[in-house]
Write a protein that binds this ligand. Structure first.
Ligand code: SF4
Length: 246
C-alpha cells in the first residue's frame, strides 16, 4: 500500500512538473514574435523580431513615455507581448528570441533581419545570446542583421558581434560615452539643420550626423539606404544617424 502511495505521489509530482514546463513553454512562445516578412514603409521588406518590453533597460527615457512601439498597430503587439511575459526574466525572453531567430534562418526566401522592432537586450548575457543566433542567421542566409539599443551603457558593442547596432543616445553628452563603448550613435533631433540632407554636427560634439535618408526622401527605405547595416564603418568615420522627431 505504501509502495502504491509513493508511486502515485511521484507520478503526480512528475505531472505537475510537466504541466509547469508546458505552461512556461507556452508563455515563452508568446514573449517574442519573429516574422519572416515585415513590410514597413520605413524599414522596407525585411524579417523582424518583437520582444516584450521586459527586455528593455528600465533607464530608457522613452519607456512608457512616448516609445513608438507602444503606439498604433505595433502598440497592440507590444501590449500582448508584455502581458504574456510578466513572469519571465529578460534572459528567458532573449533565449526565446535566439531560438526564433535560428528558426527564421530556415526561411526559403530570407531577408535582412531587423532585431527588436520592440524590445532590447539590457544585459550582456542576453545580447551575446541573441548575437550568437544572429551570426547563425547571417551565416545561413547571407543576410544582414541590424538593430538599435538603449542599453549601450551596460552592454559594450563587442557583445553584439555579428549584428550592426547603433546606440540610441538621448543627448549630446551621451555621444562620446556611446563611442567609448564602441558604438556609432543614433540621436533624435527636432529638425535637421537647414532642412538639408547634409551631415551636421551638434554643439558640444565633433561626431557628424547623417540625417536618415528615408526621412529626407533620399532613400525609399532602409533596404535601399543601408547606412545602419554597417555601423562599424560609421563608428570608424566618427559618424552617426540623426532622426527627426515625429
Ligand atoms: S539611415 Fe538608412 S538604414 Fe538607417 S534608419 Fe534611416 S533609412 Fe534606415
Amino acid at each position: 500500500m505504501r509502495k502504491v502511495n509513493k508511486k502515485t505521489m511521484l507520478q503526480s509530482i512528475r505531472q505537475q512538473e510537466q504541466s509547469a514546463q508546458k505552461r512556461l513553454a507556452m508563455v515563452l512562445l508568446r514573449s517574442v514574435i519573429a516574422v519572416e516578412k515585415s513590410r514597413d514603409s520605413k524599414t522596407g521588406l525585411c524579417a523582424a523580431t518583437y520582444a516584450a518590453q521586459q527586455t528593455c533597460p528600465p533607464s530608457c527615457p522613452l519607456l512608457n513615455k512616448g516609445c513608438y512601439a507602444q503606439k498604433g498597430h505595433t502598440g497592440i503587439h507590444t501590449s500582448r507581448l508584455n502581458k504574456a511575459s510578466t513572469t519571465l526574466t529578460p534572459n528567458q525572453i532573449a533565449a526565446q528570441e535566439a531560438r526564433k531567430v535560428r528558426t527564421l534562418a530556415k526561411s526559403k526566401h530570407p531577408l535582412n533581419l531587423r532585431l527588436h522592432v520592440v524590445g532590447d537586450c539590457a544585459d550582456r548575457r542576453s545580447a551575446r545570446k541573441v548575437s550568437r543566433a544572429s551570426r547563425f542567421y547571417a551565416r545561413k542566409t547571407g543576410r544582414l542583421v541590424w538593430t538599435y539599443t538603449h542599453a549601450w551603457q551596460s552592454v559594450p558593442r563587442r557583445d553584439w558581434e555579428g549584428v550592426s547596432v547603433l546606440a540610441s543616445v538621448s543627448n549630446v553628452d551621451e555621444i562620446e560615452q556611446a563611442r567609448e563603448q564602441g558604438y556609432a550613435p543614433a540621436i533624435v533631433v527636432q529638425t535637421f539643420p537647414g532642412n538639408t540632407t547634409k551631415a551636421f554636427t551638434l554643439d558640444g560634439s565633433d561626431c557628424k550626423f547623417i540625417p536618415c535618408p528615408q526621412q529626407t526622401g533620399k532613400s525609399k527605405d532602409c533596404q535601399q539606404c543601408g547606412l545602419c547595416f554597417n555601423t562599424d564603418r560609421l563608428f570608424q568615420a566618427n559618424m552617426g544617424i540623426a532622426f527627426k522627431k515625429h
